[in-house]
Design a protein around this ligand. Structure first.
Ligand SMILES: [Zn+2]
Length: 347
């Protein structure tokens, strides 16, 4: 069972290679565990046993198990992440991931291979073609088994391509999104796993003043109210990396809806601090008005695959040493800036 009674202090990262797993273990041992981090969300590019042809990286079952051992030793929960529905390209406006490349019938919006922004962002899989789960479920199960996790993060962020293919055209994007949430949730529940997802597709971009990456412009957001499918036991990672001077209405919206919410920050310390300050206001309102959900803690994110050099700089920045201005240093500075405040957080 995923213990929600302790403040969530999490670090999310991409890891693409088996060497990257060692870099992450070093980061955990040298910095994250001593600083009281209790959750790692690892978005691993896996070398699958079940479907080697759909592998997206070099991380083997044994590497993930090694990471699980290191986490267990330090009392850290390891939550694996497999991007579902959206983010099915190897990079923005890149080529589709191997599963979609080898199964073009799953591609929601086929575009020319050289298509670039603004013709395409990330590919999505077709939300009406449930054959995709014949491949996705074994992949999820393999990752879950390797990591011995109690919760699984299914991504679901930044879906742009939906209700576009001949199978989906004319269908309600919110209904397509909600059914995808339920399919994934039911599979995890069957395995005794709780579900985490990014919250952006459940937010009305125009109403909340968010851009179309951190909130939805494509008709999916009404899924927020499809409670029988988007069930309130799902843990929501509500990410905002830009500064929103008028606040972050999504945090209280999710709490009012009954969710356990994790504000998720990235690389700009001022923005991260601003967001966390607003999240604490939402926590005050939650207690004052008895809203059903709650603020669970904070998630720091890192979107560059780890290697030793990157971790070296991140560690330096976390210690307050000169580390430059690259992303590694920025992520480290965010943790350093927020650390004293996060330590005071109580659920
Ligand atoms: Zn479709």
């Amino acid at each position: 069972m995923f213990d929600r009674s302790v403040p969530f202090v999490g670090f999310h990262t991409l890891v693409a290679t088996r060497e990257g797993i060692d870099s992450l273990i070093r980061l955990i041992e040298e910095a994250l565990a001593p600083r009281g981090f209790n959750t790692i969300i690892a978005e691993m590019r896996f070398q699958f046993r079940c479907f080697p042809e759909y592998s997206s990286g070099t991380i083997a079952f044994e590497d993930a198990a090694r990471l699980a051992d290191a986490c267990e030793k330090h009392g850290i929960r390891l939550v694996p992440l497999l991007p579902c529905l959206g983010h099915q390209s190897d990079s923005p406006w890149g080529t589709p991931l191997p599963l979609l490349k080898l199964h073009p019938e799953f591609v929601e919006n086929p575009v020319a291979p050289d298509a670039t922004w603004p013709e395409i962002y990330h590919h999505s899989w077709c939300a009406s073609n449930d054959d995709v789960y014949k491949y996705i479920f074994p992949m999820m199960d393999e990752i879950a088994e390797a990591t011995r996790c109690t919760a699984f993060h299914v991504g679901l962020d930044e879906v742009f391509d939906i209700a576009m293919c001949p199978r989906c055209k004319g269908k309600d994007p919110a209904a397509l999104f909600a059914r995808t949430v339920k399919i994934l949730h039911d599979h995890l529940a069957e395995k005794g796993l709780e579900m985490m997802m990014w919250g952006d597709r459940l937010l009305n971009s125009k109403a909340m003043g968010y851009q179309m990456w951190e909130a939805d412009r494509f008709g999916m957001y009404p899924a927020l109210h499809m409670e029988d499918q988007v069930t309130r036991d799902i843990m929501i990672c509500d990410w905002h990396y830009d500064l929103h001077s008028a606040g972050y209405p999504s945090v209280e919206t999710f709490i009012q809806e009954g969710f356990y919410v994790l504000p998720s920050v990235f690389h700009v310390a001022d923005n991260a601090e601003h967001f966390w300050t607003a999240a604490l206001e939402a926590q005050y309102l939650t207690k004052r008005y008895g809203w059903p959900g709650r603020l669970g803690g904070i998630l720091f994110t890192n979107w560059t695959p780890l290697n030793d050099e990157y971790v070296d700089n991140l560690l330096k920045a976390m210690k307050g040493e000169e580390a430059g201005e690259e992303l590694d240093a920025m992520v480290g500075k965010v943790i350093r800036r927020l650390e004293p405040r996060v330590k005071k957080f109580k659920v």
